[in-house]
Design a protein around this ligand. Structure first.
Ligand code: SF4
Ligand code: SF4
Length: 73
């Protein structure tokens, strides 16, 4: 079992407004838009689960405070 810690991003789907700015800036194209709606009827972004470098560009691009969290172990 590997103990390697990889960077990742996480979206709070209830705070996201689906503007897709994070998708546009991600150099690794590892963010997608959900088919599902959140409780405000937006399609939230989500991390596809692999390939994030922890660069933080999505965090700085997002206009919704707290919607994106980037973790770089
Ligand atoms: S931190 Fe960088 S690589 Fe990771 S999802 Fe955000 S923009 Fe993409
Ligand atoms: S930039 Fe923020 S509000 Fe826009 S889709 Fe990405 S997480 Fe959602």
């Amino acid at each position: 079992m590997t103990t390697e810690l990889k960077p990742y991003m996480d979206v709070d789907s209830e705070l996201c407004k689906g503007c897709q700015l994070c998708l546009d800036v991600c150099p690794k194209s590892v963010i997608a838009i959900s088919d599902k709606l959140n409780s405000s009827s937006y399609h939230p972004a989500y991390y596809i689960g692999d390939g994030c470098t922890g660069c933080g560009l999505c965090f700085y691009a997002c206009p919704e405070p707290g919607a994106i969290r980037v973790v770089k172990p």
